[in-house]
Design a protein around this ligand. Sequence first.
Ligand code: ATP
Ligand code: MG
Length: 459
Amino acid sequence: MTKQILIIDDEDSIRETLSGILEDEGFQALCAESAEVGLTLLEDNSVDLVLLDIWLGDNMDGLTALEQIKKFHSLPVIMISGHGTIETAVQATRKGAFDFVEKPLSYDKIILAITNGLRFAELEKENRILRDKTSGSTEITGDSPIISELKQQIKRVAPTEAWVLIRGNHGTGKELVAQAIHKQSLVANRPMIEVNCAAIPEELIESELFGHEKGSFTGAHSSKRGKFDQADGSILFLDEIGDMSLKTQAKILRILQEQKFERVGGHKTISVNVRVLAATNKNLEEEIERGNFRADLFWRLNVVPITVPDLCERIDDIELLVKALMKGLTSRGLENKKFSKKAILRMKAHSWPGNVRELRNFIERVAIMCPSDTIDEEDVKLFLSPAKGTSVTPVPSGAMRPYSAGTFKDAKRDFEKEYLRKKIQENNGNISQTAEQVGMERSHLHKKLKSLEILSQES
Ligand SMILES: Nc1ncnc2c1ncn2[C@@H]1O[C@H](COP(=O)(O)OP(=O)(O)OP(=O)(O)O)[C@@H](O)[C@H]1O
Ligand SMILES: [Mg+2]
C-alpha cells in the first residue's frame, strides 16, 4: 500500500521540492503550510509519517506541533530545520521526534530517514500485535460473578503447589486457566510443559512423556528427554486427560505418585519434582463408572477441582469478550470494526454451545464478511441461526455442506437453506439484490428466509 507522508513547512519551495521527491520515490505527499493545517489533515487522512519544520513563521512552532501530534497519533515524525542547533535537536528527540534532518535537505538523507521511520513504525506495530496476542492469550476476560469467582480460585491456588483438575466443556477456556495458574505460580519464570494426551498416538506416548534412550526402538537414533524430565521444577499440563488410554493411565499414576521414572529402553531411575495440572471436558465420574478412567488416578489429580463455566452462564461477559477478541484481530486490518449495541444484544440471546471458541470464530467471520465498519444486528442475525441457537458457518464459494440424512423433504429444505444463505452472503445481506439474482419476488424470498429460519420471525 502506498505510504502517505505529510509535509508541514511554511516555505512553498520546500513543500514543492519535497513532495516532488517523495512522489518520485512512490510515496503520496500531503502538504500543509502551518501546524494548524497539518493537524487538521492528520485528523482526516491516514498519514504514515510526518516531516515537520521547526520554524513555522508566526503561528504554532514545530516543537509545540510535535507535542500535539505525539499526544494524539502514533506515527514517526522527522524534524527538518535550517536553524538547527544541538539543543533543539535534543529537545525534539525528547518530545518523541524520530529523526532530525538539516536544511538544505539532502535527497539521500531525507529518503533514508523516511525509510527508517516507516520501518520503525512497522516494527512497532508488529510488536504491539504480538504483545496484544500474548497478553490476550492468558488474560481471562470477564467480570460476571461466576468468572470473578473463577479468577479468585486461580489466585488462591496458583501460588501453592497443589495439583489442579480443570473441568469444563469445549472452548470454555480450560487451557487459558492452566496458563493463568502458571503465570501466577511460584515457577512462572520457568516454562510450563504441555502435553495434549488426545493428540499423541498410543505407541508414542510413553516416549513422549518419559523420553527414551538411543536405540530403544526402531527410529530412536538418539536419546531424548521426555516431558516429565522437561517439567522438572515446574508445571506439567496434561490436557485432555480423559482421552488417555488405561495403559498409559496406569504408568502415569505410578510416576505421579512416586515422582520417579525410567526412560523407554533405560535402566536409570530419574527423580523429578513436578506439579501437575490436568484438564478435561469429559465427565470423569461417568468415565470411571464405564471403566474408561482409573478412579485412583482421578483422586490423585483432583486435589483442587476448578470448573470453567459455559459462556451461556456468563452471558453478560459477551461485551467485554467481543472487545478483547476484536483486539486479537488487529493483524488482519480489522481494527476499525465495531459491533453495535443491538448486535451485542442479539449475540447475548444466542446460547453459544461452542463457548468462547465459537464466539471467537464467529467474531472473526462476521468482521471479515461484513463490508461496513459497524457490524449491526442484521449482520449478526445473518450469521447466527436463530432457532437452534447454533452458529452458522458461511459456506466457502462453490462449496456445499452435506445434507442431513432424512426424508426427501428434509434434504430439500437443507438444500434451500444452504443455497439461499450462500446467495445472501454473496449479496452482503441485501435481500432485494438476492431476490433479483435468484429470480424470486422479494416478498416471496423474505417469507422463505423466515420459514427457513435464516431470518428471525420478528424481522
Ligand atoms: N475468558 C476468556 N477470555 C478471553 N479469551 C478466552 C476466554 N476463554 C476462552 N478464550 C479463548 O477461547 C478459545 C478457547 O479457549 P481454550 O482453548 O482455553 O478452551 P478449552 O476449554 O481448552 O477448549 P477445548 O476443550 O476445546 O480444548 C481460545 O482462543 C481462548 O483464548
Ligand atoms: Mg483445550
